[in-house]
Design a protein around this ligand. Structure first.
Ligand code: B12
Ligand code: SF4
Length: 524
């Protein structure tokens, strides 16, 4: 194990988000988001009195020679192999590496092969201890995160020093914030409920508004223009009562804020919530329709009803809110006609922009468990897990057809004639400026996703068979149980701190009291 060799009075940590080595949303105009996980880790380190640096490799170069005492890496699945390679370079110099994020949480055993310490799950309550242990050269291999009240997350004041250092124009939307964590649904292909729990924790609407008030005063906003905020919640309107009170608080504050968010379509069924969303400054909702094939939705345990999509999108448009639609190809019920059917339906539904992806067996999900169990996954190189590459044998078509079909969908949906037609409709219902923005985004999608869906700049990566075996086991558990089992298996078959465990308690629609933070090794 590497040891922290402190160079100054205060220890120094470098937080790194490694590059996503293939096509990704960060390439698409107006989809370059500030990296909230890395910013969170950095702010938590400052809270503990550490000096910090932060590198988002998708936006800047990493200098491996810059002096630091500790490296903290956040990683999703597709950038995990690169994360491991960077970690190896630091560890070769004797600088210890701590890893966390969704991928290390699902595969702590694998991450531990590449890091000195691994944090499983959310880290607000535990990261102080990790840093103290690092400073005292007594890092443990694994640390258990916990599903805490969101008031422990860094405040905007704590994040501000990092925001102030971003070069202008690096990120757009300029601001991301999180008002909820977790989701009450249980879609087979999604890792959110595994990492953040089934159910939702909320921030106090007044605290969110206070934060927005500070954000609008930040330097760099041209006079008379609103700031653009993206709520990184997985489903902003999962709890409509909470969502209503958030929108109400935002509307009463009357701040120059325009926001986008991911939400389930149910929001559009509630006229009062729609009215409040418009008053609060909603500009765009990303909605995971996922499929226009009812059978495919059933297969994925997704509760959407395609028959009502068009009507609900119309209601959002009536409230002057644009819709970015997410569609997935590759369900067992998808035949070769799925691509044309989906592109046609996306236009009939009236989405303003569309994001087409290929079903991906993300670690920890039921989709992984099922496809792996059926022996259909043929590619476990995590750098290919970017949602644009077929990794398993589809039921009704060949691998090449699925890859090509997704690429075709981009070409067809964003063809010049389709974009022109859509732009006129957008001008009629919103404004020429917004129509121009969606046209711009559409062009960017077509440019980046219509070609080169397969490309990855990363060297091949093969997970260890034991780690795949662990993953197969844990992915089969109920969502709230996955991290617990992952940690137990990685640390030798038993929960690492049995006895200290408390029951998992992610409440539906109510905040979890701060004192009842629940350890992921709790059982539930
Ligand atoms: C916002 C978001 C985005 C945004 C912005 C991302 C950004 N730049 O920050 C956008 C829309 C761009 C996006 C895109 C995609 N996303 Co996304 N996204 C999210 C979302 C909803 C929230 C992420 C976030 O900001 N969370 C807030 C931070 C604070 O939480 P956190 O990351 O969990 O970090 C906590 C812990 O994990 C831990 N931790 C994290 N890192 C570290 C590091 C250390 C050292 C320690 C100690 C602890 C630690 O502590 C943190 C605080 O508790 C997550 C879902 C989720 N709930 O995580 C999906 C999620 C991360 N996305 C996912 C995916 C698949 C994608 C896409 C591939 C989707 C697609 N089909 O295109 C793209 C790929 C990105 C790209 N480069 O193109 C998956 C990743 C799954 C996986 N196993 O890799 C997730 C989990 C959702 C899902 N469907 O399952 N995404
Ligand atoms: S609704 Fe969205 S966040 Fe919730 S489980 Fe389904 S895909 Fe995941």
């Amino acid at each position: 194990m590497c040891a922290v060799a402190r160079r100054g009075n205060r220890p120094h940590v470098t937080v790194i988000k490694a590059r996503w080595g293939s096509v990704g949303l960060h390439h698409v105009s107006l989809h370059r988001f500030p990296p909230l996980a890395a910013m969170t880790i950095e702010a938590l380190a400052r809270r503990e009195g550490w000096d910090t640096a932060m590198i988002d490799e998708d936006a800047e170069e990493l200098d491996l020679d810059a002096p630091t005492d500790l490296v903290a890496m956040t990683t999703w699945t597709a950038n995990a192999p690169r994360t491991y390679r960077i970690a190896a370079a630091y560890r070769a110099k004797g600088i210890p590496v701590v890893m966390g994020g969704v991928h290390p949480s699902m595969l702590p055993g694998e991450a531990a092969r590449h890091a000195d310490a691994v944090v499983v799950g959310e880290c607000e309550a535990i990261f102080g201890r990790v840093l103290a242990d690092a400073a005292a050269n007594r890092l443990k291999q694994f640390y258990e995160g916990s599903w805490e009240d969101l008031s422990l997350a860094p405040t905007i004041d704590e994040l501000m020093p990092r925001y102030e250092q971003f070069p202008r124009g690096r990120y757009l939307p300029t601001h991301t914030t999180q008002t909820t964590r977790g989701c009450r649904f249980n879609c087979d292909f999604c890792s959110v409920i595994r990492i953040n729990g089934r159910g939702q924790r909320h921030r106090d609407p007044a605290a969110v508004v206070d934060e927005l008030r500070i954000r609008v005063k930040m330097p760099g906003r041209p006079p008379g223009t609103p700031i653009v905020v993206f709520f990184t919640d997985d489903d902003l309107a999962a709890d409509q009562e909470y969502c209503g009170s958030l929108f109400e608080a935002m509307a009463s504050a009357n701040l120059p804020v325009r926001f986008a968010a991911q939400t389930s379509i149910g929001l559009a069924r509630n006229p009062e919530l729609l009215r409040l969303a418009e008053a609060a400054g909603a500009a765009l909702f990303f909605i995971g329709f996922e499929s226009v094939n009812r059978q495919a939705l059933k297969e994925a345990n997704k509760k959407n009803r395609p028959a009502e999509f068009a009507e609900l999108v119309q209601r959002l448009h009536d409230a002057h809110i644009a819709v970015e639609g997410g569609f997935i190809f590759g369900f067992d019920s998808d035949g070769p006609g799925a691509f044309a059917d989906t592109v046609r339906a996306a236009d009939e539904i009236g989405v303003d922009t569309a994001h087409f992806t290929i079903l991906t067996p993300l670690p920890g999900t039921q989709t992984f468990s099922r496809l792996h169990g059926e022996g259909r996954i043929f590619d476990y190189d995590w750098s290919h897990y970017n949602a644009y590459r077929t990794l398993f044998e589809p039921a009704q078509m060949s691998v090449a057809m699925l890859d090509a079909g997704a690429r075709w969908a981009y070409g067809a949906f964003y063809s010049s004639s389709a974009r022109r037609r859509r732009t006129w409709a957008q001008i009629r219902r919103s404004s020429p400026m917004m129509a121009a923005a969606y046209r711009f985004v559409g062009g960017s999608y077509a440019r980046h996703y219509g070609v080169g869906l397969q490309g990855s700049s990363e060297a091949p990566f093969q997970p260890h068979p034991d780690d795949i075996a662990h993953l197969a086991t844990v992915s089969n558990f109920d969502a709230n149980q996955v991290l617990i089992e992952a940690l137990a298996l990685a640390s030798g078959g038993r929960p690492s701190s049995a006895g200290a465990a408390t029951p998992v308690n992610v409440s539906l629609g109510r905040p979890v009291a701060a004192s009842t933070g629940t350890t992921v090794a709790g059982g539930g």
